[in-house]
Design a protein around this ligand. Structure first.
Ligand SMILES: Nc1ncnc2c1ncn2[C@@H]1O[C@H](COP(=O)(O)OP(=O)(O)O)[C@@H](O)[C@H]1O
Ligand SMILES: [Mg+2]
Length: 643
């Protein structure tokens, strides 16, 4: 109960609820430049007009209680008037005043509505700008940030921040400021119409009311924070669990998943119940304070009537004005809560905006100029975590237009090489260069434009196949699109689909098989047509038949391009100009396929082992064939496949 920065159990939400918060004013000051529509004179005019309407509406609001006073006094005079010569003539006055009352009420709400409509555009413009800014910034932040931060949590920060700005500008401008204006007017009227004791009583009442609201709300915000944290946590877990739908089924883990989810929901249940209880406390306290103040003012008025210092109309005026003020004040509790909450949500968003991208362009970085595309790694050392080095001094060169393959056991750091080349991470020491230019010194955009990447695990956008292929180059023509698909050998598959290129691929591309996804990835890289190509186990998701076909396509694509091939299966790299064997963060062997076999080292051993495994697999795949090697097939070693 005391700790509101982290949920009591389960995975911690990293950097989610830091205890250090800038104050309300500080956050508001940071937000202000975003709210004020710079460079948009049309929107600025709207702001001024809205404030003009606000003042007008509040002045009209003040007329309403006065009409009550005048009506009452006129009626009192009409029926009980001691010196009323013609009751008929006097009765016309209350009727006119009642009409005035109606007109003032209508004018008040009309002015308010027009103002709200005018201001909505200003607020929404600010929301859009800041949301866009945050979104762009999220893309600037490093891969490390995104891997550590849960995507579900991140999008909710964006969503809540966006809602927060909308809420804040609405509440401040449409409710808080008008109420302050009204309060000042009420104090003035009370002092002028009655005397300073009335004004002082109203002032003290509202001060006590606001102080209580502030205290109670501070307490409630801690509860709200816990509620938000558990809500985010539950949501992240649900998203993660559903993304892993298939894995959950493989392990029959539905109950476990449900229990994990329920654990977060239990925390949410507890926190949100507390929210309701605390709301009741807040509302009750507010009612008591305001009623006490009202009672005092009415007692003062009654005393003054009896003393002949004011009329019955005066009593009605004081009462009506306070009741009228109590309406926005009632919201004041909610408004403070919401403003504070909105500021917290906005602050979360600002925190993301405040995160410096780990990888940033150096000041004055020039774009990369690719001549042939020679890639060099010079004594590169790298670790994701300082305790565990992944690369311990890797040096190699891919001469322009050549293909170099990196092989080695899983986890050796092969994909890491491609992430470093793409500058998702920065090496701790050593240098990576393209045509002699350090990749850390050129702009990221130009670097990434020069490199095509077919990753190990392809994730697709939840859109059509055509959209995903065209992602390689948005302005590609239909003919180019089809040609790329043909080269990647996916055209046959696509033309077999009823909807062709318009077939949706599902979230992350789940409706396609691994091989189909991989071919989409190849096709879009073909469209991009970069001078440098990285194939990270590009064919690992394919069966050996398709692999052979795609290998031909890849060979064609990589011709004339500097290519880094990362391969698990050695059969795909026999034609590479050079093969590097990476093990434990070092290159332990290098040479052509023939040279490495000749040397009889790690590579040769791996080669033998994979040949045997491939052969055994092939036998198993021939479902209706007898499970014995056919004589004469050299690929099947005598010792293995049978039995
Ligand atoms: N973002 C990361 N944070 C920490 N460790 C990582 C990260 N990505 C990969 N690793 C670790 O680095 C090692 C090398 O990974 P990787 O280069 O992907 O291997 P592979 O040779 O199979 O492609 C692995 O042990 C992996 O667990
Ligand atoms: Mg890998």
């Amino acid at each position: 109960m005391t700790d509101d920065t982290a949920p009591p159990a389960g995975p911690k939400l990293p950097t989610e609820r830091p205890s250090e918060r800038p104050g309300l004013i500080a956050t508001y000051r940071r937000l202000w430049p975003h709210l004020w529509p710079h460079g948009r004179p049309d929107l600025q005019r709207r702001v001024f007009l809205a404030f003009g309407l606000l003042l007008a509406a509040k002045l009209v609001t003040m007329v309403t209680p006065f009409t009550f006073k005048w009506i009452t006094d006129a009626l009192v005079a009409a029926i009980g008037g001691q010196d009323a010569p013609t009751p008929k003539g006097l009765l016309a006055a209350p009727m006119l005043l009642i009409a005035l009352y109606g007109v003032s009420r209508i004018a008040m709400s009309a002015l308010t509505q027009i103002r709200d409509g005018l201001f909505a555009k200003v607020a929404m413009h600010a929301v859009r700008r800041l949301a866009l800014q945050t979104f762009e910034h999220m893309h600037r932040l490093s891969l490390r940030f995104h891997l550590e931060r849960k995507t579900g949590g991140l999008t909710r920060v964006l969503e809540r921040g966006r809602a927060g700005i909308e809420e804040l500008s609405r509440l401040m401008v449409l409710t808080l400021v008008p109420t302050i204006v009204e309060f000042v007017l009420v104090l003035g009227v009370l002092a002028y119409e009655f005397n300073w004791t009335y004004a002082a009583t109203a002032f003290l009442t509202v001060a006590a009311y606001l102080a209580f609201t502030y205290k109670a709300t501070e307490w409630r915000i801690a509860i709200r924070r816990r509620m938000n944290a558990s809500d985010t946590d539950a949501n992240t877990r649900a998203v993660d669990s559903l993304l892993n739908y298939e894995t959950v089924k493989y392990f029959g883990a539905e109950r476990r998943e449900a229990a994990r989810y329920d654990e977060s929901m239990a925390r949410y249940e507890k926190a949100s119940t507390q929210t309701y209880v605390s709301l009741a406390v807040l509302n009750a306290g507010q009612a008591v304070i305001f009623t006490l103040g009202m009672t005092v003012v009415m007692w003062l008025a009654a005393r003054d009537i009896l003393a002949g210092r004011t009329t019955i109309g005066g009593f009605v005026l004081a009462n009506t004005m306070l009741v009228q003020l109590s309406m926005p004040l009632n919201f004041m509790g909610m408004i403070y809560r919401e403003i504070k909450q909105a500021l917290i949500d906005i602050d979360d968003m600002f925190r993301i905006l405040g995160q410096n991208p780990e990888i940033a362009d150096r000041p004055g970085a020039a774009p990369l100029k690719v001549a042939g595309g020679t890639v060099r790694f010079a004594d590169v050392r790298f670790a994701y975590n300082p305790e565990r080095p992944i690369l311990r001094g890797v040096s190699f060169e891919i001469p322009a237009g050549q293909t170099v393959a990196v092989v080695g056991p899983s986890g050796a750091g092969k994909s890491t090489l491609s992430r470093l080349l793409f500058r998702f991470y920065e090496p701790q020491s050593g240098r990576i260069s393209i045509d002699g230019q350090d990749i850390a010194a050129v702009t990221q955009a130009s670097l990434r434009a020069a490199i095509g990447m077919v990753p190990q695990d392809t994730v697709l956008f939840n859109d059509t196949i055509g959209y995903n292929i065209r992602y390689g180059r948005a302005d590609a023509t239909d003919a180019e699109l089809r040609e790329a698909a043909r080269l990647a050998q996916i055209d046959g598959f696509v033309s077999g689909l009823p909807e062709g290129y318009d077939t949706p691929v599902g979230e992350r591309g789940l409706k396609l098989s691994g091989g189909e996804k991989q071919r989409v990835a190849i096709a879009r890289t073909i469209l991009k047509a970069p001078p440098i190509l990285v194939l990270d186990e590009a064919t690992s998701a394919l069966d050996s038949f398709t692999e052979a076909e795609i290998q031909a396509a890849l060979d064609r694509v990589s011709r004339g391009r500097t290519t880094l091939v990362i391969a698990h299966r050695l059969s795909t790299v026999v034609n590479a100009d050079a093969i590097l064997v990476l093990d434990h963060g070092r290159i332990v062997e290098r040479g052509t396929h023939a040279e490495l076999l000749e040397a009889g080292g790690v590579y040769a051993a791996l080669w033998d082992r994979q040949r045997e495994a491939d052969a055994a697999l092939e036998v198993l795949q021939r479902a209706d064939a007898p499970v014995v090697p056919r004589p004469g097939r050299t690929a099947v070693p005598e010792t293995e496949a049978a039995e």
